[in-house]
Ligand binder design. Structure first.
Ligand code: SF4
Ligand code: SF4
Length: 200
């Protein structure tokens, strides 16, 4: 007789939680994973670290919640390459977003997020995500011309007659700040920052 595992049976409760999450846009794509490894063969994070997207899905389907504690999940940077190549419509990218959100809700990974607090702050000051200042030196070293481009962006845009201005108007910034406050984003950021600063 063929063995069958229902998605409401333990040990796949964890997988069901991932599948039912609002961020998981594909119809049970996680359950269709055939472990072909296409995602891993094209994933830039896998190329440069021990991170393995195929393994992420295998562990999720095995109900292995220890994955939430695994530092490797933070190596995925949501480029969506795996999403575009998966032959069965799965998205490791989305699964990782869900895993990280569950981890954050259990106060895991705050140390990984702390470096990106400047990115979160920029939504309140500019209504858009901006590269945190702590990365400027590294980018200056790695990308020749980036700093000159960044500091002269206003003039470059003017010269190219680009319109409207790069920064959104104040009303937009206020509106975005309000949404981020009402939806709890601000509170989450403050909690992460406070926890990490208390450990210093
Ligand atoms: S490409 Fe899709 S089917 Fe293949 S291992 Fe990755 S998630 Fe599974
Ligand atoms: S989204 Fe994440 S898992 Fe997918 S290819 Fe990009 S880095 Fe790899």
């Amino acid at each position: 007789m063929t063995s069958k595992q229902n998605i409401d049976d333990s040990p796949v409760d964890f997988a069901e939680k991932i599948i039912m999450d609002v961020k998981n846009s594909k119809d049970e794509g996680v359950l269709k994973c055939v472990q072909c490894g296409m995602c891993t063969s094209t994933c830039p994070a896998a190329r440069h670290s021990d991170y393995n997207p195929r393994d992420i899905i295998e562990r999720v389907l095995a109900g292995d919640e220890s994955i939430l504690q695994d530092d490797l999940i933070w190596n995925c940077f949501y480029c969506y390459t795996c999403h575009s190549v998966c032959p069965v419509g799965n998205s490791v990218c989305e699964v990782n977003q869900i895993l990280k959100q569950i981890a954050i809700s259990r106060q895991i990974g705050y140390d990984k997020l702390y470096e990106y607090m400047g990115f979160a702050d920029s939504y309140f000051t500019a209504a858009i995500g901006a590269i945190p200042e702590i990365f400027f030196d590294d980018i200056k070293n790695d990308v020749p011309g980036w700093w000159e481009f960044r500091t002269n962006l206003g003039e470059i845009r003017e010269e190219l007659e680009l319109d409207p201005p790069l920064m959104p108007p104040k009303e937009t910034i206020d509106e975005v700040s309000k949404i981020l406050t009402i939806t709890g984003f601000k509170e989450k950021i403050e909690k992460i920052r406070a926890s990490q600063e208390a450990e210093k």
